[in-house]
Design a binder for this molecule. Structure first.
Ligand SMILES: *Cc1c(COP(=O)(O)O)cnc(C)c1O
Length: 231
């Protein structure tokens, strides 16, 4: 992708986000675009930055740390991939949001490290809605108990849920997955757990983001649609 192509992709994606929001009677302002920059070199990321994007997502700590050092300081870095507990310390000071909180041991580590640096880190709980073997995330029936546990921990603020839908050619097939995530969020909300908010649903990727927006997504994580296919 040339930088010119990336700029055009961003324009195009913004229009598609607006159209999807409109179809659902929502405002596009409710939908945050998180540009997924894994494998994308800094000069290409800068093309997106110059278009006004500030929210970028990475799935590997090492790559995120490196790019953060090479790019403007006002970027909001989202951790969207599986996070090893021994890597939390490298991002805890500055990570904007962790989308992939998926187990108690990770929550304990985030809490400990966040407390030590005097931060409260916004986290989304990852749910494996479709129950895929290959994916991380809690089973839907585990979510409420897990969030109750996390709610007791200092340094973590649960702000919503995240899911990665199964890969499919036809995004209509995964509409029930997104709908289910929204229902799980409503269930959590009904529990009124102190300190817990279900403000964000992080769902939708390049192949399925319009359906996700129609089903209530507040954050869509797009890589390929902006930067082209990864190697
Ligand atoms: C890579 C990745 C994305 C973006 O995928 P695309 O299909 O390229 O848009 C979104 N979410 C997560 C968790 C990812 O790892």
């Amino acid at each position: 992708m040339t930088e010119e192509e990336i700029r055009r992709n961003i324009e195009e994606v913004k229009k598609r986000i607006e159209a999807a929001a409109r179809r659902a009677g929502r405002s596009a302002a409710e939908v945050q675009l998180v540009a997924v920059t894994k494998t994308v070199p800094p000069e290409k990321i800068m093309a997106a930055y110059q278009m006004g994007l500030r929210d970028f997502g990475e799935n590997r700590v090492q790559e995120m740390v490196k790019k953060r050092g090479e790019l403007p300081v006002d970027i909001r870095w989202h951790m969207i991939g599986h996070l090893q507990t021994n890597k939390v310390k490298y991002i805890i000071d500055w990570v904007y949001m962790i989308h992939s909180l998926d187990r108690p041991s990770l929550a304990v580590e985030i809490s400990k490290r966040a407390k030590a640096v005097g931060r409260t880190v916004p986290c989304l709980v990852e749910v494996n809605v479709a129950g895929e073997e290959s994916k991380f995330g809690l089973a839907p029936e585990e979510v409420v108990d897990f969030i109750r546990e996390v709610a007791q921990m200092p340094g973590i603020a649960v702000k919503g849920l995240m899911t990665v839908a199964p890969y499919t050619e036809n995004p209509e097939e995964v509409r029930p997955v997104f709908r289910r995530l929204r229902e799980i969020a409503a269930q959590v909300e009904a529990e009124q757990i102190p300190g817990v908010e279900m403000r964000y649903l992080s769902m939708g990727m390049s192949g399925d983001f319009e359906v996700a927006i129609e089903e209530g997504a507040h954050m869509v994580r797009l890589g390929t649609a902006l930067f082209g296919a990864r190697q």
